[in-house]
Design a protein around this ligand. Structure first.
Ligand SMILES: [Zn+2]
Length: 273
């Protein structure tokens, strides 16, 4: 900048302009930066095995035509039917707080950006009903010398490795309303959610379990607290064991269901190669 001021002071406008152009040319384009990233899929597939809440039906793919038409080209088209909340999905704030954002109203800025991973696998291995507390979040902050501000936070409980075993993943193989009492998996403690919204400013939060509240929750206060503050939650996030604690970006784009309380989510991470 000093150089530019010096150029204009001397009337060397052309030189100043050339310098600005040169700077613009040397800045790497987003396409260049993208080519240098490894893409990691954090999404479970939607199929017959996809885990849904015990009170919901599973994902249904209704097969349509698949074959060669009379005109000679191949044509395949199916239909699907699914609850908003199941598999890898987003909870929009309206899911637990009246008057807050629906899924189509979540600002894109909350869904895309720098992300961090908080690993609590050890504590969750020892206790499948573990609730991630303020001390876990602060420990991450102390280790990395920064606060949880303006980032997407992903919570790795290690529970995601049970995805293909529904009974272990949910804590029960039962379905229907009576199954809810038997749910066992880790989650974020309500006090930690309160601390995040009152003392920090995160964009959104994700977890490798069926719910941001732990399985034994009866009043879902973590959901309520986050959503009152319009912080969306990603649930059933996959492949968190493939991420470092820092140094990656997340793109989490849900189906844009008008007025929806959540929806299927395609979430990916970008990590420098
Ligand atoms: Zn949900």
């Amino acid at each position: 900048m000093e150089f530019l001021r010096w150029c204009s002071a001397l009337g060397l406008v052309a030189l100043a302009q050339a310098t600005v152009l040169a700077q613009a040319e040397t800045a790497p384009s987003l396409a260049t930066l993208l080519a240098e990233q490894r893409l990691i899929d954090l999404t479970h597939p939607f199929d017959q095995k996809t885990v849904y809440w015990p009170t919901e039906d599973g994902f249904q793919l209704i097969r349509g035509p698949a074959g060669f038409t009379e005109k000679g080209y191949y044509y395949a088209a199916n239909r699907f039917c699914a609850a908003e909340h199941g598999g890898t999905h987003v909870d929009a704030p309206i899911h637990f707080f009246q008057g807050r954002q629906t899924v189509d109203q979540i600002p894109l800025e909350r869904l895309v950006g720098e992300a961090v991973l908080i690993d609590v696998t050890e504590a969750c291995n020892a206790n499948r009903d573990y609730q991630i507390g303020v001390q876990d979040l602060r420990r991450w902050e102390e280790r990395h010398g920064r606060q949880l501000v303006d980032v997407i936070v992903l919570l790795r409980t290690g529970h995601g490795r049970h995805w293909n075993d529904r009974a272990r993943y949910l804590g029960t193989n039962k379905t229907g309303p009576e199954a809810v009492a038997d749910l066992h998996f880790p989650g974020l403690a309500p006090e930690a959610a309160r601390w995040l919204v009152e003392h920090r400013a995160i964009k959104s939060i994700g977890i490798d379990t069926p719910s941001i509240d732990y399985g034994q929750s009866r009043d879902f206060q973590t959901h309520v607290t986050l959503f009152e503050h319009n912080v969306p939650a990603f649930e059933n996030v996959a492949n968190l064991d493939r991420l470092p604690e820092v140094g990656f970006t997340v793109v989490a784009l849900p189906m844009k269901i008008g007025g929806g309380s959540g929806g299927p989510l395609r979430i990916i991470a970008l990590q420098p190669k």
